[in-house]
Design a protein around this ligand. Structure first.
Ligand code: SF4
Length: 292
């Protein structure tokens, strides 16, 4: 069994923070300065990105992290319906109303998402990406939407960003299938005019929100962690020009549940120097969880 110290060490290794670790028991105010002191030179920082380095220096954090990879594969049985979604998507299916969605059980909700044509994102998707994890989880993590890999596989957070999220969960003593559920604001991949992934537009997020709201109601988590600006703004109903920096460091309220905002793992892979701040956010989330 992985100890708390091991989990923290794993996270900090992945974040490039190991030499600067401050125990979780320390006041959060003491953690932030440590994280903020990070000045990882781009060249050095790039070396600790598992998706690109290829070096075996941190094997436990790499793609083949024992247990985590297996967890993400097996939890698909309970939480992910990617393959099923493709099978039951029916052209011309009608979109349920928000009131109808509010009354759905898990099976009905998954089927509704799989056949959904409520917004334009349905036209370009390969698969809907419903969510994955423990359907009775205390922890709910919400990202913005599927990317290319997720669209192909029908599961949220796969690829390098998914591995980083798995490592974040592991550091907190969580796994995808064990007390954690992972979902997105939208269930279909938003694609920009350039063919690349993009954040969902406000109308797309609004169209899909009733599904996420029903997921939250069915899971009934203790705490929500919003991964990135889009997820935070959508869940909290904020204006789109709200800066993520203003949302971090505060325990927000989502329908009576504590909600903590941190960076999206995909962003962290691009902005290595912000990785340390994520640990500060997760410490805040763990404290809010303990207080809830
Ligand atoms: S993004 Fe959501 S609302 Fe839009 S088609 Fe997909 S499931 Fe339906």
């Amino acid at each position: 069994m992985t100890s708390d110290a091991d989990r923290r060490a794993i996270f900090l290794e992945e974040m490039g923070l190991a030499p600067l670790w401050v125990p979780l028991a320390a006041p959060l105010a003491a953690v932030a300065p440590v994280a903020d002191q990070l000045a990882v030179p781009p060249a050095a920082a790039a070396q600790d990105m598992p998706a690109t380095s290829g070096k075996p220096a941190l094997p436990v954090m790499a793609v083949d992290l024992p247990g985590v990879a297996r967890a993400s594969e097996t939890v698909g049985l309970s939480g992910n319906i990617g393959a099923d979604a493709a099978a039951i998507t029916a052209p011309g299916a009608t979109a349920p109303s928000a009131a109808e969605i509010e009354r759905m059980d898990w099976t009905q909700l998954k089927a509704a998402v799989a056949g959904c044509v409520k917004c334009g994102l349905c036209r370009s998707r390969t698969r809907t990406v419903f969510g994955v994890g423990d359907e009775k989880a205390r922890w709910l993590f919400v990202g913005e939407g599927p990317g290319r890999n997720e669209d192909l596989q029908g599961e949220p957070f796969v690829g390098p960003a998914g591995k980083l999220l798995d490592n974040m969960l592991l550091a907190m003593g969580l796994r995808r299938g064990e007390n954690a559920y992972i979902a997105n604001i939208v269930k279909c991949r938003p694609i920009g005019e350039d063919g690349r992934d993009r954040p969902p537009a406000p109308d797309e997020a609004a169209a899909c929100m009733p599904y996420l709201q029903r997921q939250i109601a069915l899971i009934n988590p203790t705490i929500i962690v919003a991964l990135g600006k889009t997820a935070a703004m959508s869940l909290l109903g904020l204006e789109k020009d709200t800066a993520l920096a203003k949302l971090r460091g505060t325990v927000h309220n989502y329908s009576g549940l504590p909600l903590v905002v941190t960076y999206h793992p995909a962003y962290l892979l691009r902005k290595l120097t912000d990785k340390g701040k994520t640990w500060t956010d997760l410490c805040l989330a763990m404290k809010a969880y303990a207080d809830a």
